[in-house]
Design a protein around this ligand. Structure first.
Ligand code: FVH
Length: 294
């Protein structure tokens, strides 16, 4: 009999992401117990070596390593854990939620005698178990728990601990995904601008666009330096007054190309508001405070 010396993992939830995680732990030779609401999804994993549990309570009761949840949302986590005995268990919740939900869930788990770690997955299922594809998971909450199970957590993807506040993994997750959404909006607008042109090579345009966005991503470091130092003019090479003036050309070009500028206008209005407050010499950091968040 082949007995693994690796930490056993219990996984509740076998959707697309849960199944990818399960295969990564099996590939890394962690003994794995799985449960899923729709039991048919456990079949292939059982054939690949996983043990299956009939109920969440049974799965949790037999767990000697981390109990990982990868479910649809926080409400499903509550439903699945209801009726389980969490006393003495190590709970790792990889279900997407808000920072407030993570903090409440941490307190809820601790009141039931469990240790708790929240996670935000920065990957899609095909990146799981494939080092070098760039996927990783933010973790926050019980640092000792993170260190104890680091080997388990690093098997499917990189593991990045971002603090003992259990809400911080979700906050990092949502903040990065929000930035990505803004980037998607910019890409959408850019393709809409070139769309009417018959003789424009979209493939070459895409390569130029991706390269430019990569070069501009570094401005996040400049903004952080300004926000930390409190001087929003520090190191500014392109100030708000200049950028706001150029916005007129952006809007005029959108009109020439018959493109609705709705994806750009709210941000341009924010920049103009900061200039109107007398801060045309600043970089973009001053617009952060105009959004609130304090
Ligand atoms: N897939 C992705 O690209 C993203 C990448 C970033 C992180 N997300 C988050 O990961 C969580 C799980 O995502 P998923 O892709 O596995 O999602 P689904 O394939 O839709 O599977 C959902 C599982 O949740 C089970 N479930 C739903 N509601 C309940 C409930 N009330 N009680 C018990 N289980 C429930 C569902 O069970 P079933 O439908 O198979 O019976 C699946 O196991 C998620 O937070 C993403 O935001 C993935």
């Amino acid at each position: 009999m082949n007995i693994s010396s690796k930490t056993p993992v219990t996984l509740l939830g076998l959707g697309d992401m849960g199944t990818a995680l399960a295969r990564a732990w099996l590939a890394a030779e962690h003994p794995l117990t799985v449960w899923n609401r729709t039991p048919e999804k456990t079949g292939p994993l059982r054939e690949e070596g996983a043990r299956t549990a009939a109920t969440p309570a049974e799965a949790v009761a037999s767990a000697t390593g981390p109990v990982v949840l990868c479910l649809l949302d926080d409400a499903s986590v509550g439903e699945v854990l209801d009726g389980t005995d969490l006393n003495g268990k190590d709970v790792v919740n990889l279900t997407t939620g808000t920072p407030a939900q993570a903090r409440l869930r941490a307190r809820w788990a601790e009141e039931r005698g469990a240790r708790f770690l929240d996670g935000g997955i920065m990957a899609v299922p095909p990146m799981i178990g494939r080092p070098g594809t760039g996927g990783y998971v933010f973790y926050s909450g019980d640092r000792e728990l993170f260190e104890r199970h680091r080997g388990v957590l690093e098997a499917p993807a990189g593991a990045e601990f971002v603090g003992e506040d259990p809400g911080h993994a979700a906050l990092h997750d949502i903040a990065l995904l929000s930035a990505m959404t803004g980037m998607f909006a910019g890409i959408t607008h850019a393709f809409a601008l070139v769309r009417p042109e018959k003789n424009l090579d979209r493939t070459r345009f895409a390569a130029l666009l991706a390269e430019w966005l990569g070069a501009m991503a570094g401005t996040a470091h400049d903004m952080a330096a300004q926000l930390v130092g409190g001087d929003y003019t520090e190191g500014v090479t392109s100030n708000l007054a200049m950028m706001t003036a150029a916005n007129d050309a952006f809007l005029a070009t959108a009109e020439e190309q018959s493109v609705d500028p709705r994806l750009l206008v709210p941000y341009m209005e924010l920049m103009s508001r900061r200039v109107a407050q007398g801060h045309g010499d600043e970089g973009l950091a001053g617009t952060v405070a105009l959004l609130g968040g304090e």
